[in-house]
Design a protein around this ligand. Structure first.
Ligand code: TRP
Ligand code: SF4
Length: 329
């Protein structure tokens, strides 16, 4: 296996994932063949905003792991683990907190916005833990000396902080211990939710990777179409139709035909959506089947996570020995 380097990435356990996550996961899965990959379910990060509602975390971890596996993350190739089962992340976070100026965390572009945003929703996240969110993320990466981090664009400030902290550590202790990781951005097709807004669980406008054929049909039927098409005989404008955007990503072979038919009012929205639902169903079916197999095999998830944590601890433990030595403790 040609190894280009080491990857670490993480996701907060939010439960079942929607199809907006599909390309992210497919990208992670593809990277397994080129890199040594560590993929973490970052449950401590989930606590930074959900410290007061923790009852779902374990279930959310399980559901997300099922999606990861069903899409092709492979425990034979990658290390799949839960952050809180590898205490070295916490130790490195603590040690790095000694050398990280508070101002670096406060100036993180997302920080003040988010504290304010949550405040408007009546939730106080002006906590120590939330301020330290990006530093914990830095520890996640640096404890494996990962050189490559596949993330979305929104995470670039966090990666920049990670590099700055690594540089400061190496400078202060006169070592070349912590490599500065590079972000690896993937082209992610931006699919809106069925109502045209950003796809999000909280809006209820998402389609789950694990959706049943019936659930898919209901969601596709509810997609916002061209509002000017009241009657089937009204010519449509596919560019303003949500279903059309889904054709783009999932049914590219039928795209042109549907566009033309829509503009000429030769196809109604109902059959157009039925066709789309059928394609989506076919796309998602293998994932759902894989998930069902996993659900029917008791102990499999626990074994994968136990093994993942074990392998992660070995690598993280070696780094921590070096870090302690460099810091003289
Ligand atoms: N902050 C990331 C997100 O919200 C999740 C995350 C935590 C992460 N630790 C990480 C991503 C380490 C990459 C590497 O998406
Ligand atoms: Fe959208 Fe299809 Fe209706 Fe055109 S025919 S508006 S593309 S659902």
């Amino acid at each position: 296996m040609p190894v280009k380097g080491r990857i670490l990435s993480g996701m907060r356990p939010t439960g079942r994932l929607h199809i907006g996550h599909l390309s992210v996961l497919q990208n992670w899965a593809a990277l397994q063949n080129e890199y040594e990959c560590f993929y973490a379910i970052v449950d401590w990060h989930a606590l930074t905003t959900s410290f007061d509602e923790t009852s779902q975390i374990k279930e959310n971890i399980r559901e997300m792991l099922l999606d990861w596996l069903s899409v092709g993350l492979d425990p034979a190739k990658s290390v799949l683990f839960i952050q809180s089962q590898v205490k070295e992340h916490a130790e490195l976070h603590l040690l790095l907190s000694m050398i990280t100026p508070v101002s670096w965390l406060e100036r993180c572009p997302t920080y003040k916005d988010q504290v304010q945003q949550f405040g408007l929703e009546g939730k106080d996240i002006s906590t120590y833990g939330f301020l330290g969110y990006p530093l914990l993320q830095a520890a996640d990466i640096l404890v494996y000396k990962a050189d490559t981090v596949p993330v979305g664009e929104d995470q670039l400030p966090h990666l920049e902080l990670c590099r700055e902290v690594a540089r400061r550590f190496n400078y202060l202790y006169q070592v070349k211990l912590l490599p500065e990781p590079q972000a690896r951005l993937a082209r992610v097709p931006l699919l809106p939710g069925i109502d045209g807004r950003k796809m999000s669980k909280s809006y209820g406008n998402d389609i789950m990777i694990a959706a049943t054929p019936e659930e898919i049909r209901i969601k596709v039927r509810a997609m916002i179409t061209d509002p000017a098409r009241i009657h089937k005989t009204d010519p449509g404008h596919p560019e303003v139709c949500v279903a059309h955007k889904y054709y783009h990503v999932y049914a590219a072979e039928g795209l042109e035909e549907v566009e033309t038919a829509c503009r000429q009012a030769a196809i109604g929205c109902v059959p157009c959506k039925e066709r789309l639902a059928a394609v989506l169903e076919k796309t998602l079916a293998p994932y759902r089947e894989r998930r069902e197999e996993l659900v029917a095999s008791p102990g499999v998830l626990e074994d994968i996570l136990a093994q993942g944590a074990e392998r992660a601890r070995q690598v993280a433990g070696r780094t921590m020995t070096e870090v302690r030595e460099a810091m003289g403790i």
